[in-house]
Design a protein around this ligand. Structure first.
Ligand code: TYD
Ligand code: MG
Length: 451
């Protein structure tokens, strides 16, 4: 008879204890510890694949180039490192409504030369059909299963022998072996384990959808992220059309890759030249607008920053920022007031990054500051200028890396001048048609802008 063992598990982080606790010592949340009965048969599910009994010298290990499938989507292919590796498991996380199901159904339909099994635990067959009709892509090779039972999914996969499996989502999958609700730590972990085993044993790639918690991390145990080969994050502002697919972990490629999509009324379309799309909506010669040559992953994006500076009617001025860290905005405003004497403490400041993109590149500083100065002084920034530098606490302009890539992109998009830190002067590799303007301080920037 299988032995039973009682453990207390935190539903939030998976911490295990032998006795009941009111507060989890690992994640500090209250009332999340639940009693679990572990039967020895369930707890000893071990992966047999990938294991060897004797250690091998690394020089003797045979390596065969992994076979990659073309998923018929330039952005996803790039983010995966050149296609989907057979037998690999990819987890795609994102907020509800961001477009995970749309992306994966689209992939399933576009790969019509491969047999694809699309499993949905969230939507009915009719709902999926409706989505397919909306996308106007037809495929004879896409098989849809509405199920939440992971064991029956694996059996179906064995019979159907698909070349790709999509599971939407891992949090809805359950197995009879574990006595807890769908989405709980043990269910997610056991179902994840079974699916990974299925992928490795049959050499079928599996794409898993993962939900995101309020805090923005992938729901379910962190262990799922460790177990899978690749973790991708789908993000963007739901009010705008653009979506970014970021690689967080990739055993078969770089994590510097980035995919950019636009949500349209008939599904997601790949954005090959983001700068072109982001700049096309520009109104010329407006105050409060400037362009940054930013770098996200390996891609250069020319992004418009918009600022509005207006007198405040409140005792404490408002600072509102979309797509840019509000603390960094406050820091830049403090630098502007203290080091350049531009009084902004009695002004409301609104900042917006066009397209609803969130860019984590400090080279945005100079362009944000230029937009603020431009709105404050009510002068427009020349529409042939762009910016790429960080601003330090003493008002100094600091260099950012990969200047040549930024200059190439700005030049290709028709810009004539780029504002850089004076410390970038010595590391320009080539001669460019675009003229670099090297500045040392915020005061230099103001001088150049009002010239
Ligand atoms: P969905 O893929 O259901 O999101 P997720 O699976 O991440 O929760 O996408 C939902 C949103 O996408 C929904 O609000 C409608 C929108 N959408 C379009 O704008 N165009 C389309 O062609 C489709 C299928 C969805
Ligand atoms: Mg969905």
């Amino acid at each position: 008879m299988a032995k039973e063992k009682k453990v207390f598990v935190c539903a939030n982080c998976g911490y295990q204890s032998s006795s009941y606790l009111g507060k989890c010592p690992q994640c500090n949340s209250w009332g999340t510890i639940e009693e679990k009965i572990l039967s020895s048969s369930a707890s000893t599910t071990k992966k047999t694949i990938l294991q060897t009994t004797t250690p091998q010298p690394i020089s003797k290990i045979q390596y065969s180039e992994s076979h990659r499938l073309d998923v018929k989507d330039t952005e996803l292919n790039r983010v995966l490192g050149g296609g989907l590796v057979t037998g690999s498991v990819v987890l795609i996380g994102g907020e509800p409504g961001i477009g995970k199901s749309t992306l994966l159904l689209q992939i399933a339909l576009n790969c019509n030369d491969k047999k694809v099994l699309y499993v949905s635990g969230e939507e009915s067959l009719e709902q999926i059909k409706l989505r397919q009709m909306r996308m106007q892509i037809s495929s004879e090779n896409c098989f849809v299963l509405a199920s939440t039972d992971v064991d029956s999914v694996i059996n179906t996969a064995k019979e159907l022998q698909p070349q790709m499996i999509i599971i939407d989502s891992i949090q809805t999958m359950t197995t009879q072996e574990v006595d807890s609700f769908a989405g709980s730590i043990t269910q997610v972990r056991t179902c994840g384990d079974k699916l990974i085993d299925c992928a490795k044993q049959n050499n079928i790639p599996i794409l898993l959808v993962g939900h995101i918690t309020k805090e923005g991390s992938l729901a379910g145990p962190k262990i799922l992220e460790h177990m899978v080969d690749t973790v991708l994050q789908f993000e963007g502002d739901k009010n705008y059309g653009y979506r970014i697919l970021r690689s967080i972990k990739n055993r078969f490629g770089s994590t510097n890759e980035l995919g950019i999509y636009e949500m349209t009324s008939f599904g997601l379309t790949c954005v090959d030249n983001p700068s072109k799309v982001l700049l096309s909506q520009r109104e010329e010669q407006l105050s409060g607008v400037s362009i940054c040559a930013a770098l996200e992953g390996r891609r250069t994006l020319l992004i418009e920053t918009q600022a509005l500076v207006s007198p405040t009617y409140y005792s404490s001025p408002q600072r509102i920022s979309n797509g840019f860290d509000i603390r960094r905005l406050n820091m830049l405003l403090a630098v502007l007031e203290k080091k350049a004497g531009v009084k902004v403490s009695n002004k409301d400041v609104f900042l917006n990054i066009a397209g609803g993109l969130k860019v984590n590149d400090t080279s945005m500083d100079l362009s944000v500051l230029s937009s603020i100065i431009s709105s404050h002084q009510d002068i427009s920034v020349n529409d042939k200028y762009c910016f790429a530098a960080e601003v330090g606490l003493s008002g100094e302009i600091r260099p950012v890396p990969y200047i040549d890539r930024r200059m190439n992109e700005a030049q290709a998009m028709g810009f004539e001048r780029i504002f850089l830190s004076k410390y970038n002067k010595d590391n320009l590799l080539e001669k460019y048609n675009i003229k670099p303007i090297f500045i040392a301080s915020v005061n230099d920037l103001i001088e150049e802008l009002i010239k």
